[in-house]
Design a protein around this ligand. Structure first.
Ligand code: MN3
Length: 205
């Protein structure tokens, strides 16, 4: 298979002022594109690593192919990340998702605080996640660099990119401000709910 850079699902300036056109131009056109290009270069020299991006990630992980894993993992993370945001994001959660968040974290406010905390306490580059376990229970996790919930047998419902390239142009070193803006003004809860309604993904191991 070959990786393809998807178009952003909105205009470059659509998330302004919470995420600027300049950030999205660099983040999508340079960073995400580099994961796609470098991943494809590595794949060219290898035997079949799988038919889907998910299979490639899990096979690269199993074979300790760090170069492929990092690029394939980041391609997957960013493909979803663009959809985890929307113009005029934040706001209310669709009903079933709201109920599940309340059941797992007591309240949305508790969930919001814990998600931001996960993003703040991830040392260096990585991702903060809302995941669904195989038993359907929700949990907040964080991963370093390109790692994602797939390798932990978990279904990603929401992920926030906390690499500096995601916020440094707009927020400089103020990662807390970025995480708050992500939660309050950027999250596309309809996309999160769509993943939630599909239930736990089946991962072939
Ligand atoms: Mn990124």
């Amino acid at each position: 298979m070959t990786f393809e850079l998807p178009e952003l699902p909105y205009a470059y300036d659509a998330l302004d002022p919470y995420m600027s056109a300049e950030t999205l131009e660099f983040h999508h056109d340079k960073h995400h594109n580099a994961y796609v290009t470098n991943g494809n270069k590595i794949l060219e020299g290898l035997d079949d690593m799988g038919d889907t991006l998910e299979e490639v990630i899990l096979n690269a992980h199993k074979q300790n192919n760090a170069g492929l894993f990092n690029n394939a993992g980041q391609h997957w993370n960013h493909k979803h990340f663009w959809n985890w945001m929307k113009p005029n994001g934040g706001g209310d959660r669709p009903g079933n998702l709201e109920t599940a968040i309340n059941d797992s974290f007591e309240s949305f406010e508790c969930f919001r605080g814990k998600f931001i905390e996960a993003g703040l306490t991830q040392f260096g580059s990585g991702w903060a996640w809302l995941i669904m376990n195989a038993d359907g229970k929700l949990e907040i996790t964080k991963t370093a660099n390109a790692d994602n919930p797939l390798t932990h047998g978990q279904t990603a419902l929401l992920g926030c990119d906390i690499w500096e390239h995601s916020y440094y142009i707009d927020y400089r070193n103020a990662r807390p401000k970025y995480l708050e803006a992500f939660m309050d003004d950027l999250v596309n809860w309809e996309y999160v709910a769509e993943l939630f309604e599909k239930g736990p993904i089946k991962i072939a191991t």
